[in-house]
Design a protein around this ligand. Structure first.
Ligand code: NAD
Length: 286
């Protein structure tokens, strides 16, 4: 039976650390502030934005929330971002994705000042990650690293297979595992013999976006399995990209869905915002 990696507890610990560090900043008269932009009325995005505001309250951050109608033009959105870029009080800017289809996501991400890019999606952040310079790291993969570290999983020298190569999860995940000195293989929709490749993994990170696709036949006995996927089944039950019932008896450690990777994303967003605020105030030794 696998040990469960408790994302709820670990994310809570991170939020508490952020909150304590924020209290120290307060003594210097500094208070982090996150700006969140929601454009349109996607129901899932509305829930995510509201959770981000709650996390700001919990951590003692100020938050600015811009709720723009679906018909907002790209130029209007870019102009709001420029205002927030210039606003000295704002330390982090997050534009909730997906955006309405008439807006170019890449142009919007590129418009965010890199020093406020707390989602870590800007090309400058991605480039810094790739060459090992300080900067923001995409929250979900950064959260996975924290889950592994805080569960005592040794990464150096281990075979790690990442399934998925998206810009927000798979690619940064692979780079982060490389930074931890794992031997990394990235699989994707064109990978041949996916099962055999996955079976090599000591650490299998699944971000494939297909409900319960990865069953025990993909997993080596004793592997650590991280399930990034999140899907709402009929009846509102959540599941991941991993078939938990099938894999759990084979793995040594596994993340559940819900309560695994999911809660880490917002915790890492708070950590990024705190870090941005400290960097902007010259308080980070990097
Ligand atoms: P995506 O759809 O952008 O990418 C999926 C990747 O899987 C692609 O790179 C594709 O090449 C690969 N893929 C698709 N079918 C495959 C197949 N049959 N075999 C091998 N590879 C295949 O998804 P994403 O944005 O990277 O998200 C991945 C999952 O993580 C989704 O379930 C998403 O909901 C979830 N997610 C969770 C969080 C969180 O906070 N927990 C955050 C982001 C994404």
């Amino acid at each position: 039976m696998a040990e469960l990696i408790d994302g709820k507890a670990i994310s809570q610990a991170i939020k508490d650390e952020v909150r304590n560090e924020r209290a120290e900043l307060e003594k210097k008269g500094i208070r982090p502030c996150l700006a969140v932009i929601l454009c349109g009325n996607d129901p899932a995005s509305t829930v995510y934005v509201s959770n981000k505001k709650k996390a700001c309250e919990y951590c003692g951050f100020d938050s600015v929330s811009l709720e723009l109608p679906e018909e907002t033009t790209q130029e209007e959105l870019l102009s709001k971002i420029r205002e927030l870029n210039d606003d000295k009080k704002v330390n982090g800017i997050l534009v909730q994705l997906p955006l309405p289809s008439h807006i170019d996501e890449n142009a919007v991400i590129a418009a965010i000042a890199p020093e406020k890019d707390v989602d870590g999606f800007h090309a400058v952040s991605v480039g810094n990650l790739l060459i090992g310079r300080p900067g923001f790291v995409s929250c979900t993969p950064a959260g996975v690293i924290q889950l592994l570290k805080r569960s005592g999983v040794e990464m150096a020298g281990k075979e790690c297979v990442v399934i998925g190569r998206s810009n927000i999860v798979g690619k940064p995940m692979a780079v982060l595992m490389l930074r931890e000195n794992a031997t990394v293989t990235v699989c994707h929709s064109k990978t041949k013999n996916l099962r055999e490749v996955c079976k090599r993994a000591d650490i299998l990170i699944v971000a494939v976006g297909k409900p319960k696709m990865i069953d025990a036949s993909y997993v080596k006995e004793g592997a650590v399995v991280i399930d990034v996927g999140i899907h709402r089944l009929e009846g509102k039950k959540l599941c991941g990209d991993v078939d938990f019932e099938s894999v759990e008896p084979v793995a040594s450690k596994i993340t559940p869905v819900p309560g695994g990777v999911g809660p880490m994303t917002i915790a890492m967003l708070m950590k990024n915002c705190l870090e941005g605020c400290m960097r902007q105030n010259g308080l980070l030794n990097e």
